[in-house]
Write a protein that binds this ligand. Structure first.
Ligand code: GLA
Length: 378
């Protein structure tokens, strides 16, 4: 049974009728441009065919009643002044109601069933998928206009102000605005998008190490502060405004740790713009090399990889047909992404699976991803 069928069937069972609408939002994998979004830089993610679905219908009153298939739990709240009580899945839904109301929207109540298959905590933006699917549900029943960038900013507000995580705009932008068969080169300063077709000569393979690291929030916030310190040193708004030449002239004056953090961001921005060019030109060898260099910079300068990520990336690169591999997302655990020749993808997955299991004793999840459409009414 598809996810759509599951949420529809469960809706029918719970509410005794068919839903009036079904919405979906995808997860994402970032091909390159890591830890650049909060530096006003560039990112190149795709929305993936792992999704969160909600079957729903409007209510007469101002309540939101949602059952989550993944958590086997239900949530019910009144649209009105809300307060945050924890970090459970339901907080994302309440946070969305709060952010939409803060933005001046009048909301209608609804009831629904939610289910998804975006792995949680793996760096594939399961939380952005929940946020955007919920926003789509509210927009549908309340007759709100759907503008992907505006909705992405609202979703980011939920993360930043409701959940207290100081994340950038990449996840919500790609989840809201993804294009089937394309990666999006996103300028995180002005939020302009350039869809870049995925070359036919390669497939995207996600390699989930199975590792999940706690304390990511504090490490993430620490990286952000270090980047901000570097931007202050150069007297600019964000590291996006520092080019390689300016950096090399003055880098010796920087504290060594801040210097390495800044070097990652400045070189990663260049790599990301180059990667989009390579992708457009169908130059997979160059694209793969840029991905490799991105990982090495995240490992050595930004220091957000872990042993599992480094191991799986090295194993991936050694397999025939692999153009390049790197960690993806915030890091410290979770997933890597590899670009692989389509005819060799199956052997690639088998090879990495066997060798990673042997090397670490952990079983990875490896799957080929399709570039999916952003959040939509299905
Ligand atoms: C997380 C954040 C994003 C971005 C990445 C790192 O996914 O949510 O905003 O900063 O980490 O590139």
């Amino acid at each position: 049974m598809t996810l759509r069928e599951q949420v529809e069937q469960d809706f029918h069972r719970r509410f005794g009728a068919a839903p009036t609408a079904v919405v979906r939002a995808p997860g994402r994998v970032n091909l390159i441009g890591e830890h650049t979004d909060y530096n006003d830089g560039f990112v190149l993610p795709i929305a993936i065919d792992r999704e969160v679905w909600i079957a729903l219908r409007p209510r007469e009153d101002r309540r939101v009643v949602v059952h989550s298939l993944d958590y086997s739990a239900s949530l019910s709240f009144e649209i009105g002044p809300l307060s945050r009580v924890g970090t459970e899945w339901g907080e994302y839904l309440k946070g969305v109601a709060w952010a939409l109301r803060e933005a001046g929207h009048t909301l209608t109540g609804w009831e629904g069933v939610m289910g998804g298959n975006v792995p949680r905590g793996a760096g594939l933006s399961s939380s952005a998928a929940v946020e955007l699917a919920t926003q789509r549900a509210f927009a549908t029943v309340s007759g709100l206009p759907w503008q992907p960038a505006a909705m992405a900013l609202l979703g980011q507000r939920v993360e930043n102000q409701w959940m207290g995580l100081h994340t950038g705009i990449m996840d919500q932008m790609i989840v809201a605005g993804g294009r089937e068969g394309h990666a999006l080169l996103i300028d995180c300063r002005d939020l302009s998008l350039q869809p870049v077709p995925l070359p036919t000569g390669a497939v995207v393979v996600v390699l989930d190490t199975g590792t999940r690291r706690g304390l990511v929030d504090s490490a993430y916030n620490e990286r952000r502060s270090q980047c901000e310190a570097a931007a202050r040193f150069f007297g600019v708004k964000a590291l996006r405004d520092v080019d390689a030449e300016t950096f090399s002239k003055r880098e010796q004056e920087l504290d060594p740790l801040v210097r390495r953090r800044a070097r990652h961001v400045i070189t990663e921005n260049d790599r990301t713009v180059q990667a989009a060019e390579a992708m457009r030109a169908g130059d997979l060898t160059r694209l793969g090399r840029l991905m490799d260099a991105s990982h090495d910079s995240l490992r050595d300068d930004f220091e957000v990889t872990n042993e599992a990520l480094n191991t799986i990336v090295l194993l991936a690169r050694a397999e025939p047909g692999c153009f390049g591999a790197r960690m993806t997302g915030a890091g410290f655990g979770g997933c890597a992404v590899a670009l692989v020749a389509p005819g060799q993808a199956e052997a690639f997955v088998q090879g990495v699976h066997a060798k990673y299991t042997q090397a670490t004793g952990n079983t990875p999840q490896c799957y080929v991803c399709r570039a999916a459409e952003g959040t939509s009414v299905a």
